[in-house]
Design a protein around this ligand. Structure first.
Ligand SMILES: [Mg+2]
Length: 213
């Protein structure tokens, strides 16, 4: 865990969902896997060809722009509109096949929700985002969920963060972003005056109540 900044007057914690609220390699892989499989089918190429094309494009983008490009946004450069890859994910992602209720996460978030508003900001669409929180047994603890199709913008973009803070009724300066990818979840929140904590997975999330008390 790396603590970059904790706001003086913390009132809202905005969590990334995937690989932050659960640690599950197979499901993390499945999320990109279903989209690359569908993309390869449409283009009539093999999975590994599709994977290489996408990886090369993202690597180039990172070199040119110094920031990561989400898979959904990468696919738009290959003629797949974001609405289309959202539809794939809505249809194909079944988090309950990979994830189970996490009692420790529930205790952690329950404790935090007594003091802070909890939000989730994800680059997944709302349907799989809600299914994921439900599979983990914590859906009722998130009054604020901002998904890719809530704003149409992928992280890192200010709009999902602004929307989450607005829904929580607090300024960004009172919000803390918690996520597993610095580029996607932490760098921009810090620029916007929010707090930021980088986690390696859910095991780090369990430590938050002690760390913030
Ligand atoms: Mg993540």
């Amino acid at each position: 865990m790396t603590i970059y900044r904790i706001p003086d007057h913390l009132s809202c914690i905005i969590f990334d969902i995937d690989s932050t609220l659960y640690t599950n390699e197979a499901y993390a892989r499945e999320q990109t896997g279903i989209q690359i499989r569908r993309f390869a089918d449409i283009k009539g190429i093999s999975y590994s060809e599709a994977e290489k094309m996408i990886a090369a494009f993202r690597e180039n983008f990172r070199k040119e722009h110094g920031t990561s490009l989400s898979l959904g946004n990468t696919l738009t450069h290959f003629g797949i509109p974001i609405e289309e890859s959202i539809r794939w994910r809505n249809e194909l992602l079944e988090p309950a096949e990979f994830l189970a209720p996490d009692v420790c996460l529930r205790e952690t978030l329950s404790e935090l929700s007594a003091k802070y508003t909890l939000g989730a900001v994800t680059n997944n669409p709302l349907v799989p985002a809600k299914k994921t929180l439900a599979a983990l047994g914590v859906a009722d603890l998130f009054p604020v969920i901002i998904a890719l199709d809530t704003t149409g913008y992928s992280k890192p973009h200010p709009e999902p963060l602004r929307r989450a803070a607005k829904a929580a009724g607090v300024p960004l300066s009172k919000c803390l972003s918690v996520g597993d990818r610095f580029d996607i979840d932490i760098a921009l929140p810090l620029e916007l005056g929010m707090g930021g904590i980088l986690v390696s997975g859910v095991e780090d999330v369990y430590k938050l109540p002690d760390m913030l008390s």
